[in-house]
Design a protein around this ligand. Structure first.
Ligand SMILES: NC(=O)c1ccc[n+]([C@@H]2O[C@H](COP(=O)([O-])OP(=O)(O)OC[C@H]3O[C@@H](n4cnc5c(N)ncnc54)[C@H](OP(=O)(O)O)[C@@H]3O)[C@@H](O)[C@H]2O)c1
Length: 279
């Protein structure tokens, strides 16, 4: 089996390739320097030449706030790019794993959102990822859509690293306490992705670490585990306006994961501990 991983220079792609190497699965990690996914010819030429059995599509436009102003670029990468990769997969009969997000949901309610809940994104990034999902479903039969949330990993910038930096320079910070979700550690997510790709249990899954918290609770735990003494104030979303609206409830149900016999990921606090050790 040969696996092609897009976005290898990003957080998730990096750890997926690491996991594939550990499992001894032949793989090629690619990024912008290999081909630009918004260029149909380049994308097709690379994939047809490489002829992978599986494509794990981790590359994406991920700047959630900036996307509100750069809608054209966000669409080109997350929708057109996904289309070109899906079409190429169809032509060579490769499986495709498309990484998606909690932001495809409106975040209404307090329960964990089921895999088949109708999507209704609250911001442009979420809309672009939703459109990518729809294309994958329309064009392919052999696909996995894997929705995840609040991603952090060693290779790239993320919320945890930002908080650790703030912890060096500030005595006090304010963090929203009414948005809940699940911080997800890329090596844990990579384990699940690599389990799935070896099966034919196609469909849409939610894969996040266990438990859930608010951003405020996440930050308190980051500083606690990192041994940083800083005052953290709890504020409502209304006191922290952002360009892109965020869903209040990002909890995701793991019903499909359980039903198909895939392992759940470890608790988010345990994952955070391993991440801080890794850093
Ligand atoms: N980060 C999160 O909190 C989060 C939450 C839920 C879901 N997700 C999804 O999880 C997946 C992985 O996220 P991540 O955090 O690992 O993303 P990331 O660190 O931002 O990495 C994305 C990678 O995609 C590459 N890329 C962007 N445009 C490209 C293009 N036109 N051609 C080729 N490569 C291109 C980027 O390269 P450049 O650096 O050169 O642009 C980067 O290496 C994405 O599908 C994302 O939507 C992320």
């Amino acid at each position: 089996m040969k696996v092609l991983v897009t976005g290898v220079e990003g957080q998730l792609g990096y750890d997926v390739v690491k996991r594939l190497n550990l499992l001894g699965i032949e793989n090629i990690g690619v990024d912008r320097t290999d081909f630009d996914i918004t260029d149909k010819e380049q994308t097709e030429a690379y994939i047809f030449d490489c002829k992978p059995d599986v494509v794990i599509h981790c590359a994406a436009y991920t700047a959630v706030d900036k996307a509100e102003e750069e809608q054209g670029l966000c669409y080109a990468i997350n929708v057109d790019g996904t289309r070109y990769i899906s079409e190429a997969c169809k032509k060579i009969d490769a499986k495709m794993l498309y990484i998606s997000t909690d932001y495809v949901f409106d975040g209404e309610g307090t329960e964990a959102q089921k895999e088949d809940k109708p999507t209704a994104p609250a911001n442009y990034y979420g809309y672009s990822k939703e459109q990518g999902e729809l294309l994958v479903k329309e064009l392919l039969e052999k696909y996995f859509i894997i929705r995840t949330s609040w991603v952090y990993g060693k290779n790239g910038n993320n919320f945890v690293k930002t908080m650790l930096k703030l912890g060096q320079t500030k005595d006090e910070i304010s963090v929203v306490n009414d948005q809940v979700g699940v911080p997800t550690y890329t090596p844990d997510l990579a384990v699940s992705i690599c389990d799935m790709l070896q099966t034919t249990k196609y469909g849409t899954y939610h894969v996040v670490n266990e438990g859930y918290c608010s951003w405020y609770e996440f930050v308190v735990e980051i500083f606690k585990q990192a041994g940083i003494n800083i005052k953290v104030n709890s504020i409502p979303t209304s006191e922290y306006p952002t360009r892109a609206k965020r869903p209040l409830n990002s909890r995701l149900s793991k019903e499909k994961l359980d039903k198909n016999g895939f392992n759940r990921l470890p608790e988010w606090k345990d994952a955070l501990k391993r991440y801080l050790d890794e850093l």
